[in-house]
Design a protein around this ligand. Structure first.
Ligand SMILES: Cc1cc2nc3c(=O)[nH]c(=O)nc-3n(C[C@H](O)[C@H](O)[C@H](O)COP(=O)(O)OP(=O)(O)OC[C@H]3O[C@@H](n4cnc5c(N)ncnc54)[C@H](O)[C@@H]3O)c2cc1C
Length: 405
């Protein structure tokens, strides 16, 4: 009986990315002991920039992570939408202190490695969390008192037992099958291009507002540029149609294809694209939104493993952080009725995640609009004005975790 009681306070996590680390911290904060398995022997975040909106930074604050981002993260003054061809301003959404006042937590721009490092520091200093690196979760089986995972550590398979296994193991999760979902993700036909420039680089001058999230809209593509590393660098991310590539950022891309996607853009923007390299590309995959997320007996997906979506609302990592917190909140409220807690988690999260995915689709449609829709878009945004555009985001950025009943 004592063993069963002990097991009910023990959580297993597969994956040490943003979703997995936040899940571990959120459970440990509620008194659970957590064992997190990360496939990589030396886990680090690859990729570059992240926008972290207040719905997520509020949670990072509650978990003691936000304070560790000081210096590395900046609060951009605004989101500035501009036409890639004329460079004219289309709209501006105020951020900075106005975001903190409006949504109760800061809107940040930062390097993902800085967020990952902050999460890792908090998790590794927590006595309730054990992080096992070089450990790949290969399989799991549920039983009446919880779940047993098979973990490959250096070619030797070990078993680990817990009340719950949280799968936070990437959009390409092979373990999704454990909750009855297809393990395949779907390539969207779109790719992300990424480059980093040091602030003050000549090609940025007069083009990129250094304290803003700059978005240049074009009918076939868009480019986002914002400061990272406390303002020392500028993160550039462009999104366009493109062929499927390996699932890694490492691939160096041919800038001619990117320039072609932006054909007709202002010369200064095209020069920036040419001079900013080397660019890397990332194939954008999504997970079928109708896929199951849980096995109520004790397995649950969080973050991209559950609901990877296109990054057009810049919310994938933010939703992963929300998932982690809501999951821990629900399980802590009903530690002896985990099935009910998981069903409740899925119900609470599905509606929210679907709404954010719709917002991403709307952004893609509006941002890549050609004539005459782009004229109507520009007029609408101009008439709406900065304050009402900010108010339109209240449901997204002003979200707070529902207290588990
Ligand atoms: C170009 C681009 C821009 C984006 N911009 C933003 C943004 O501005 N804001 C935002 O909120 N989101 C953004 N996103 C989305 C965000 O990057 C993802 O949603 C987020 O990183 C998902 O985190 P995760 O922890 O679920 O997955 P991951 O970060 O992929 O982590 C998964 C971890 O699991 C490990 N793993 C995999 N399999 C196993 C296994 N079997 N056993 C153990 N470990 C395993 C992996 O090694 C990895 O460490 C963007 C995405 C892209 C592509």
């Amino acid at each position: 009986m004592a063993d069963r009681e002990e097991l009910s306070r023990h959580i297993l996590v597969a994956g040490g990315g943003i979703a997995g680390l936040t899940t571990a911290i959120a459970f440990a904060a509620r008194g659970f002991s957590v064992r997190l398995f990360e496939r990589s022997p030396d886990p680090q975040e690859h990729g570059a920039g992240l926008q972290m909106s207040p719905n997520a930074t509020g949670i990072l604050d509650r978990l003691g992570v936000l304070a560790r981002l000081r210096g590395a993260a900046l609060q951009p003054n605004d989101v500035l939408l501009r036409d890639a061809r004329s460079l004219g301003e289309i709209a501006r959404v105020p951020l900075g202190d106005a975001a903190t006042r409006r949504w109760g937590a800061p809107y940040l721009a930062l390097h993902r490695a800085d967020l990952h490092a902050a999460l890792m520091t908090v998790a590794s200093r927590d006595d309730n969390i054990e992080i096992v690196t070089g450990a790949t979760v290969r399989d799991a089986a549920t039983h009446p008192h919880g779940v047993t995972a098979s973990v490959d550590v250096g070619g030797r398979v070990r078993e680990a037992a817990g009340r719950l296994l949280a799968l936070a193991d990437v959009v390409w999760s092979a373990n999704r099958r454990l909750v009855g979902a297809a393990s395949d993700s779907a390539f969207t036909g779109r790719v992300a291009w990424r480059a980093t420039l040091r602030s003050g680089a000549g090609a940025l001058a007069g083009l990129i507002a250094p304290d803003s999230v700059n978005a240049f809209l074009h009918p076939r593509a868009h480019l986002i540029a914002y400061p990272i590393r406390g303002g020392a660098s500028v993160n550039l991310a462009a999104f366009a149609h493109g062929p499927a590539t390996d699932s890694a950022w490492a691939k160096t891309a041919d800038v001619a294809a990117l320039a072609n996607a932006f054909s007709g853009a202002d010369d200064a923007l095209l020069r920036l694209l040419r001079e900013a390299g080397p660019w890397t590309v990332w194939p954008i995959h999504t997970v079928d939104p109708a896929s199951p997320w849980i096995d109520p007996a004790g397995i649950v997906t969080v973050g991209d493993a559950a609901h990877a979506m296109t990054p057009f609302a810049a919310q994938g990592a933010a939703l992963a952080i929300e998932d982690a917190y809501v999951l821990a909140e629900n399980v802590a409220a009903q530690p002896h009725a985990v099935s009910i807690a998981l069903v409740r988690y899925e119900r609470e999260r599905r509606e929210r995640v679907a709404a954010v995915a719709r917002r991403g689709q709307l952004n893609e449609f509006a941002w890549h609009a050609g004539m005459p829709v782009s004229l109507a878009r520009n007029l609408f945004l101009r008439l709406r004005g900065p304050d009402r555009l900010a108010a339109d985001m209240d449901w997204l950025y002003g979200w707070k975790p529902p207290a588990a009943a």
